[in-house]
Write a protein of this length. Structure first.
Length: 333
């Protein structure tokens, strides 16, 4: 029940190649992620012809073409490709997810019977889009990059009023700069989201490295999403801000270790440390030889290891009593 849901975000790092997409699925499954996520869109319904790339996309691609439309057109996945990738994910025992960026894509993914719908940060103010997903009454993961607390509240109201149960929604804190500067992560806001709305929360990460993801899990994140790629030097908008194979494996392993380390919240001796109690703790012992019938006092008893005798917390109870036998020096009372 406490298992963190790890989404390996392939996004558009397949570069339009189904073979590369399958290699990304292999990588996510091998790393131990719970799901691998792509993006579903039609460039013609997502952006206008004159829409410009984001600054980080211009810098990462450096191809002289500033058109967002031209970039996205090359990265579309058609219906048959979706079906093939879903089938391939089943053979690898990993969940297929994809983020829809328009209403047609929502319907396409619903027809493909996706269990979870991931809402990207850019759609958090898209009322008709949110209502469309809300009516499906599926599990929803909502990213909140660029949003303030009021916009998150509005989006949650739309989703729940449309028919999605609140307990089926997980809200991800996020920052949409690729890569995100550490000073802009604001990880405490993730907990604010959870507390404000009494809702499951997590983190969609665009920082370099994996330490923020580990910190998010330690702070209570139930879901982590992270971009990954086969090679950060590949041509494409998101490769440079993505994890490479060994880094993804390290992140998943670290998160699983943190899950174990977080424990039950009950403070008590652990199974592994129980044998150390008699070694590290102390008992009341004879400081000198004591004869039967003699009074036990602060002059003839003391406290030493091992800890398998009378607990030193009973010192006041023992001082002043009568020895019921002879004691040699250092003998447990």
């Amino acid at each position: 029940m406490n298992k963190v849901f790890i989404i390996a975000e392939a996004g558009v790092n397949h570069n339009g190649s189904i073979e590369l997409a399958k290699r990304l699925i292999d990588m996510a499954a091998d790393a131990g992620a719970d799901a691998v996520k792509f993006q579903t869109f039609k460039a013609t319904t997502l952006v206008s012809q004159n829409a410009q790339k984001a600054q980080y996309q211009k810098e990462n691609m450096n191809d002289g073409d500033d058109s967002q439309f031209n970039m996205l057109k090359k990265l579309e996945l058609d219906l048959d490709t979706h079906k093939e990738l879903i089938s391939y994910c089943k053979t690898k025992n990993i969940m297929f997810l994809s983020t829809p960026f328009d209403n047609d894509s929502i319907e396409l993914l619903n027809d493909l019977e996706l269990e979870i719908f991931k809402i990207p940060s850019g759609e958090i103010t898209n009322l008709s889009y949110l209502r469309h997903i809300g009516k499906l009454n599926k599990k929803v993961i909502l990213s909140t990059g660029m949003a303030d607390i009021g916009e998150i509240e509005d989006a949650l109201d739309i989703l729940t009023q449309a028919g999605t149960q609140k307990e089926n929604i997980t809200v991800l804190h996020a920052n949409t700069m690729y890569p995100t500067p550490m000073e802009d992560v604001n990880l405490k806001a993730m907990v604010t989201i959870g507390n404000t709305f009494d809702i499951a929360f997590g983190y969609s990460d665009h920082t370099l490295g994996i330490e923020v993801d580990i910190a998010a899990v330690a702070m209570g994140a139930s879901c982590i999403e992270k971009h990954f790629t086969l090679d950060c030097t590949m041509e494409g908008p998101d490769h440079k801000a993505s994890l490479e194979p060994d880094e993804l494996k390290a992140m998943v392993k670290a998160i699983r270790n943190i899950e174990l380390a977080l424990g039950s919240s009950i403070k008590k001796p652990s199974k592994s440390e129980m044998p150390n109690m008699s070694v590290a703790r102390k008992s009341i012992v004879a400081k000198t030889t004591i004869k039967k019938g003699g009074k036990l006092s602060e002059e003839n008893i003391t406290i030493k290891r091992p800890g398998n005798g009378i607990n030193p917390m009973r010192w006041d109870e023992i001082v002043g009593t009568v020895a019921t036998k002879d004691y040699a020096e250092d003998e447990l009372i």
